[in-house]
Ligand binder design. Structure first.
Ligand SMILES: Nc1ncnc2c1ncn2[C@@H]1O[C@H](COP(=O)(O)OP(=O)(O)O)[C@@H](O)[C@H]1O
Ligand SMILES: [Mg+2]
Length: 328
């Protein structure tokens, strides 16, 4: 099959849970063959539901999705033969070793018997589990389990890979190792990757294009650079040396741009043409002391803020509080 067939096309996709929300509320998206698409959003945004629909695990309520050119509803088996999936909740057996899992998966996926051992060795090596392959999974760290799960998703050499929050909760080292492997798959094997994340940095570093999802809707889409450029202007952040100066600082900073909602510092989105020196002059003129003053280029969080009125971190806390409430 030509590489041109390995994209993803989603039109007006809706998924409503019978006893729950409209988790995916009419999304459109396209992933080009060989591209890493970062699906960024807070908890409860609808990322996993989208992944479940695209991987044929859940039927859509309405709308269409084609993966590798095949309709996820009408051509489920074809879609499944092309894709590899590592879900948010890895289903691993604690009593089996990493190698056992890979052998089992290779058998299930019909990898020829004589290739299974070499294949398992290669995959273990590639995800950095060569030394741990013969240990039981119950002794693995969270990062090792996620890496084994990635190896399992790669057993049948998928052309399109779905990774649902592959690095959530991982230590920085495991996160970097995961990023390197995902980048390599795209670079050397032209695998198309649909990756969900709650981490701005992950989307920024890894993804060719990012879709930002909030409450079941895509609120922004584009390359990280284009999304940030849309915000355009940097922000200035000042930490008062004396807490009682906070209001005064906020007062004179307001003449330089729109105030930003932050917790620790006082911040404004600078108007075009202004720079740090303008701020420094104003600080001097107003006779206040600043512990720290920083000019920050726009981040994807600024994009999220501009589109939703909340910061990604704030949305995260909101979602967690909501879930607590539902449980209580
Ligand atoms: N099986 C389910 N039944 C009912 N509601 C669900 C179910 N799974 C998820 N939800 C709800 O759908 C919304 C989106 O969830 P999800 O797709 O898991 O988001 P994310 O992966 O971005 O955290 C949330 O409000 C969640 O509580
Ligand atoms: Mg999820």
């Amino acid at each position: 099959m030509s590489a041109a067939g390995n994209g993803i096309e989603v039109e007006q996709l809706v998924r409503e849970y019978k006893k729950g929300p409209r988790a995916v509320n009419g999304i459109d998206l396209q992933v080009a063959p060989g591209e890493i698409y970062g699906f960024l959003g807070p908890n409860g945004a609808g990322k996993s539901t989208t992944v479940h629909v695209l991987t044929t695990l859940l039927p859509p309520t309405s709308g269409t999705a084609r993966v590798g050119g095949h309709d996820v509803v009408k051509e489920g088996p074809k879609v499944r033969s092309l894709i590899g999936v590592a879900l948010q909740e890895a289903a691993l057996d604690p009593l089996l070793t990493g190698r056992d899992h890979l052998r089992l998966q290779a058998t299930l996926q019909g990898v020829p018997k004589e290739r299974r051992k070499v294949h398992a060795d290669e995959l273990l090596e590639r995800v950095g589990l060569a030394d741990a392959g013969d240990r039981k999974v119950q002794g693995y760290s969270g990062g090792m389990k996620r890496r084994l799960d990635l190896a399992l998703a790669l057993v049948h050499l998928p052309r399109i890979l779905f990774l649902d929050e592959p690095t959530t909760g991982l230590d920085p080292q495991s996160r970097t190792a995961m990023w390197e492997e995902v980048a390599r798959l795209r670079r050397e094997e032209s695998v198309t990757v649909f990756l969900t994340t709650q981490y701005l940095e992950e989307a920024d570093v890894l993804a060719d294009r990012v879709g930002i999802i909030d409450e079941g809707k895509i609120v922004a889409e584009g390359t990280p650079a284009a999304l940030k450029a849309e915000i355009g202007r940097p922000s200035v952040h000042a930490i008062p040396e004396h807490e009682e100066d906070r209001e005064k600082i906020a007062g004179f900073l307001a003449q330089f741009g729109e105030p930003l909602a932050t917790t620790r510092d006082v911040a404004v989105r600078l108007r075009a043409g202004l720079g740090l020196t303008d701020i420094v002059r104003a600080v001097d003129a107003n006779g206040v002391r600043i512990a720290d003053l920083e000019l920050r280029a726009p981040t994807l969080d600024d994009v999220f803020l501009a589109k939703t009125g909340r910061t990604l971190e704030g949305a995260q806390e909101e979602a967690e509080a909501e879930q607590e409430e539902r449980r209580a």
